[in-house]
Design a protein around this ligand. Structure first.
Ligand SMILES: *Cc1c(COP(=O)(O)O)cnc(C)c1O
Length: 425
């Protein structure tokens, strides 16, 4: 064995302890570290011929890369929709690497059953009906109101082509689909295969399609109903907002991101489908040594990946640790914090909200000169106080503040509001 490798093996508990110490130090300071430091250029370093061992690598990481990492797991990173990692999710994520299970097949480990249990818990958490599994379809039209950018990419990857996507339009002043225009588009297709991508939570304004009305169109037109519920599915955990996802269970397929509002580490997405048979037809991996499909196929036959880490474990941990109540509290608090920032901005003459704060996203711009809003984002980022991402809403340059982290408090919102107030001059 290579000398450094055998040294590391002998020292493994100590090395893990040192990595743990660094992680703990980073997390202890995450609330105060600059939230989104602009990446500085770095001199490239050639591939080391002789490695430096884990301790040397930890030191090199800390010296060269650590100072430039963002506080994205912290309380005032409001860009994209970025959850943090709950303590339990982090513990689960570490153990995922330590146990290093191939979760794709269930023959030699209980890992696959753990994933099934996690999926069942998530279904229950979000109140989805008891269909299971994870979906795909010839020349197909894809209709949507305000599709996320990932939809076009997915169509390209699938070979359906980006041009398959038709935006049917939203209601006036909204990002929610205009159901009458959607119906007209379906009528025009005259029975040709179609997918409707409905939205439960748009990125800019967290707007929701009327899922019941969209699902009801299936009585008259044939289509596959996919709901993009990446973060919006979690509205189900707030009694005052659960109505936004009414009808979600009628979808043929749903996707959601656990690294957003469930606060597990990147990356962790789940797809639910009513048609596990189709799922298995698409993703089945036939080989003599892999065995027959049976009525409870290994995930290997249901997902695009063949080899896959035990991705469910962080989600299992955080659900086991905090349960429905704990996670509902995070969701309710983030919604209240978004409302608070919305109120603060509405009271500042320099800013104007571009949409009502429906859930956890605040979309706003400068009242008098929206074209300068990106400068505000930069100024706030440079203070290190917060990070917000730029966007364009209804043709207006804007900022969005997305609340999805379990650490964020009212005091953080007040700091963000102050930083925004100063940045507007
Ligand atoms: C995050 C998100 C997605 C998917 O983004 P990924 O980066 O692929 O996880 C899709 N739709 C919406 C509304 C999202 O917020």
């Amino acid at each position: 064995m290579d000398q450094r490798l055998s040294d590391d093996l002998a020292d493994l508990p100590v090395l893990l302890h040192e990595a743990r110490e660094r992680a703990a130090r980073f997390l202890a300071g995450v609330g105060e570290r600059p939230v989104g430091p602009p990446p500085a250029p770095r001199e490239p370093v050639p591939l080391p011929e002789r490695g430096q061992g884990t301790r040397g690598a930890l030191e090199a990481f800390e010296r060269r890369w650590e100072p430039g990492l963002s506080a994205s797991p912290g309380p005032r990173y409001l860009g994209f929709v970025t959850g943090g990692s709950t303590p339990a999710a982090l513990a689960g994520d570490w153990l995922t690497s330590a146990y290093d299970q191939n979760a794709a097949s269930g023959g030699d480990s209980s890992a696959a059953d753990l994933e099934r249990e996690t999926v069942t818990w998530l279904r229950d958490l979000l109140g989805l009906p008891a269909e299971q599994g994870l979906a795909a379809l010839g020349p197909v039209r894809v209709l949507s109101g305000t599709p996320h950018s990932s939809v076009g990419k997915a169509l390209s990857v699938l070979g359906l082509g980006r041009s398959a996507l038709r935006r049917v339009g939203a209601l006036p002043g909204r990002e929610a689909v205009d159901v009458e225009r959607l119906e007209a588009a379906l009528r025009e297709l005259d029975g040709e295969p179609a997918i409707v991508v409905a939205n439960a939570g748009t990125v800019n304004t967290a707007d929701f399609d009327d899922l019941r009305a969209v699902a009801a169109l299936r009585e008259r037109y044939p289509f596959w109903l996919h709901v993009d519920a990446a973060f919006g599915a979690f509205a189900a955990l707030s009694p005052e907002h659960a109505h936004l996802v009414d009808g979600l269970g009628a979808a043929d397929s749903i996707c959601l991101d656990l690294h957003k509002w469930l606060n597990v580490p990147y990356d962790s997405a789940v797809q639910f489908t009513r048609r596990r048979d189709l799922q298995a037809r698409v993703f089945r991996n036939s080989a003599a040594y892999l065995g027959p499909l049976g009525d409870r196929p290994d995930y290997l036959h249901l997902t695009p990946e063949n080899s896959r880490r035990l991705r469910a474990l962080p989600a299992w941990f955080t659900l086991a640790a905090y349960g429905r109540e704990g996670h509902a509290e995070i969701v309710r608090r983030d919604i209240a914090l978004a409302a608070r920032l919305g109120e603060r901005l509405a009271a500042m003459p320099a800013y104007r909200l571009l949409a009502p704060v429906r859930l956890n996203v605040v979309c706003f711009t400068l009242a008098s000169a929206p074209e300068h809003i990106a400068e505000v984002a930069r100024a706030v980022a440079e203070t290190g106080e917060a990070l917000l991402t730029t966007t364009e809403y209804a043709g207006v340059p804007a900022l969005r503040a997305a609340f999805s982290n379990w650490r964020t408090t009212e005091a953080d919102v007040d700091r963000v509001a102050k930083a925004l107030e100063r940045a507007a001059g």
